[in-house]
Design a protein around this ligand. Sequence first.
Ligand SMILES: *Cc1c(COP(=O)(O)O)cnc(C)c1O
Length: 360
Amino acid sequence: MTRVFNFSPGPATLPESVLRKAAEEMLDWHGSGMSVMEMSHRGKEFISIHAEAESLLRELLGVPAHYKVLFMQGGAIGENAIVPMNLMGKSGKADYVSTGDWSKKSIKEAKTYGKVNVAASGEGSNFTAIPRQGEWKLDPQASYVHICSNETIGGVEYHWTPDPGTVPLVADMSSNILSRPVDVSKYGLIYAGAQKNMGPSGVTLVIVRDDLLGQALPITPSAFNYQLQAENDSMYNTPPTYAIYIAGLVCRYIKGQGGLKAMEARNRAKAAILYDYLDDSAFYRNPVAKEDRSLMNVPFKLKDDSLDDAFLKGAQAKGMIQLKGHRSVGGMRASIYNAMPIEGVKSLVAYMKEFEAQHG
Ligand SMILES: *Cc1c(COP(=O)(O)O)cnc(C)c1O
């Protein structure tokens, strides 16, 4: 068996030990005689799996007691509608900060449910920098302020936490959740699809402060009503059981590695190898402002884009896949989530040097 270095933005690489554990437990979970996939979500076996996943997430992220942890379906794009359906009712309007493709999608979707004020936009810099809070035009009447903490496509990431005062801060953390410590108490709500850094697609994590429950618009489907899901331990409908199980194994792996501080140190070291090389090279470049560069998704361009195909082919031949950039920005993108080993990044940089020497 040969595993590739998979630089996919998502669904993305998972820790090999997690996959091995899942394989080992596939046919018979802990002597139950069943696969996790076959279990009733109301049986004691799955209830214990669900409870462990929740308690590990609470522990890793330091989630305060007055927040609910929900496992939902519909992904982050689902949450783009579910968040306004649940929270916009307070004043009928919300502030959004636009930092790239994912926040633009969130804004477009939210407009169906109320009045959206784009409080700030990175458009002026072609989304290569995050507008500082001093430039934001916040509305004190807004029901919430929405940000995308890491733009998976453009490769910009918040390395600071906005402070909108008493207005709740809502963040799409799909592509940087669990990559570093977060002060959950600074947020009203955090959501994240699992398939970047937490597990397989199919489960969406929602962390929501208790006082934000119970304000859903009447049109909100029951399965997407935070309060109903909170009252039912995320089991108002059948939850994505297998995805929750794998997310639990990923959390256990992260805890075993030393938790989120250790993850951050590793992620910083990995990203530095790549960014340092990009900055030294005249052949490759990353357009993002240094202080806003993502530790998770590193887009870069070759000096001559007619070499892109050769670059990708050569990488593939060396077991490095999914390096093609998003079609909206072109070039390359290396997604280096928690589960990408440092060897993967070193191997990529070694290949980039070799390619530059041949074609530069
Ligand atoms: C991947 C991603 C999404 C979309 O997730 P879906 O599971 O397709 O709904 C939304 N926001 C961010 C930041 C992402 O990285």
